[in-house]
Ligand binder design. Structure first.
Ligand SMILES: Cc1ncc(COP(=O)(O)O)c(C=O)c1O
Length: 386
């Protein structure tokens, strides 16, 4: 009976982030900084637009790609704020960024195809690729979580991967793509046959004025797919809306997978996001500024406790090093949970390159962050850690 489950499914695990989150529920009074879920409410105008959509019976299937109105607004938004040019025909609404990623990978990957994935990275990339029978190759990042181009170039030339994942702003590190690195990547992609899947779901939460992405180059559009979404942008993780942008040739295949998988994204939520992208960008700005305040607070407290930390420039995660504390990331997080009652995610949940680090999400309130840091400080001083 062991063989009833697909071998590819047997080969993947439930995400380490969820595993740790589930453990926290069993520890009485623990403060959790584990999830990537903003603590803000969905903007009021989005709620009202969804209620109105229900009242107007906009509850039928939409076209597979999603309502034209929203796709048109996404096209305007990407152009205006990110210098990214996609026509509404090149955009497909998906059920969160997650379904956008899986549909894209399914359209591209044959069993045995090589896929380059950064490490540390969001764990879904590796699992999706394994689910499809693809072969994962990792590229390691430098100490500051930027790309090590010498190693990347070597692996691309030697292994000739079919697909490469880029993930900026990054979960778990909070790093963003610099102009210099974007330009180097462009050259590499232009000169090779690898297709880039660029996950930019945190793009609205970038703390610098200028935004850089590989998707900004028109002449390599045939080789890139952009995956993004509204979960983090409008603090609507449970409403499940994302999108994929790709040139016609790639989109034609991605949408085939999407159609047979889900038909379309939820109609009501599409109308909510349509209102959001037109009229709620000031709410996003407000949330971003709050995240910057929390980031600064967390950075100051952690460095004072002896952690080595790269200051994140996007998303809402910090990825401090614990290499100086003589513990694995699992051990550190387990002890912090049991002894200090503070829950954080071991870096090992983000792949081989994550060992030696812990991920702290600051999508939690300032009060929770303060309480967690006070507890950590007490525990570390008592146990003489750091
Ligand atoms: C980097 C990254 N990509 C994609 C996703 C999935 O987003 P969604 O909830 O919209 O499916 C997440 C969620 O945490 C993420 O961190």
């Amino acid at each position: 009976m062991n063989n009833i489950i697909s071998k590819n499914v047997q080969d993947i695990q439930i995400s380490g982030i969820r595993k740790f989150f589930n453990k926290v529920a069993k520890v009485d009074g623990a403060v959790s900084l584990t999830l990537g879920q903003p603590d803000f409410s969905v903007p009021e105008k989005i709620k009202k637009a969804m209620i109105k959509a229900i009242e107007e019976n906009k509850t039928t299937y939409t076209s597979n790609a999603g309502i034209e109105e929203l796709r048109g607004e996404i096209s305007n938004y990407l152009k205006k704020y990110f210098n990214i040019y996609y026509d509404k025909e090149e955009i497909c609404l998906t059920i969160g960024g997650s379904q956008g990623l899986l549909s894209t990978f399914t359209a591209l990957i044959n069993s045995g195809d090589k896929v380059l994935i950064p490490t540390p990275a969001y764990p879904a990339y590796e699992s999706c690729v394994k689910l499809l029978g693809g072969k994962v190759l990792n590229y390691y990042l430098k100490e500051d979580f930027s790309i090590d181009f010498d190693r990347l170039e070597e692996i691309i030339l030697k292994e000739k991967p079919k697909v490469m994942v880029l993930s900026y702003p990054s979960n778990p590190t909070g790093a963003i793509l610099s102009k210099e690195d974007r330009d180097k990547l462009y050259k590499l992609i232009k000169d090779n046959d690898t297709i880039v899947v660029s996950d930019e779901i945190y793009s609205s939460l970038t703390f610098e004025d200028e935004y850089f992405s590989i998707v900004q180059y028109e002449d390599i559009k045939e080789k890139v797919v952009l995956v993004s979404g509204f979960s983090k942008m409008f603090s609507m993780t449970g409403l499940r809306l994302g999108y994929v942008c790709a040139c016609e040739r790639l989109m034609g295949s991605i949408i085939k997978v999407h159609q047979y998988n889900v038909s379309c994204a939820p109609s009501i939520v599409q109308w909510g996001a349509y209102e959001g992208i037109k009229n709620c960008l000031s709410d996003v700005e407000y949330m971003k500024n709050e995240f910057i305040n929390r980031r600064d607070y967390l950075y100051e407290r952690l460095t004072a406790l002896g952690f080595e930390v790269n200051l994140p420039m996007g998303a809402f995660y910090m990825f401090p090093s614990i290499k100086g504390f003589n513990m694995s990331s699992d051990e550190f997080c387990e002890r912090a949970l049991q002894e200090a009652k503070v829950a954080m995610v071991p870096g090992s949940a983000f792949g081989n390159g994550g060992e030696g680090y812990i991920r702290i999400s600051y999508s939690y309130s300032m009060e929770e962050l303060q309480e967690a840091l006070n507890r950590l400080e007490k525990w570390m001083s008592k146990e003489k850690i750091g």
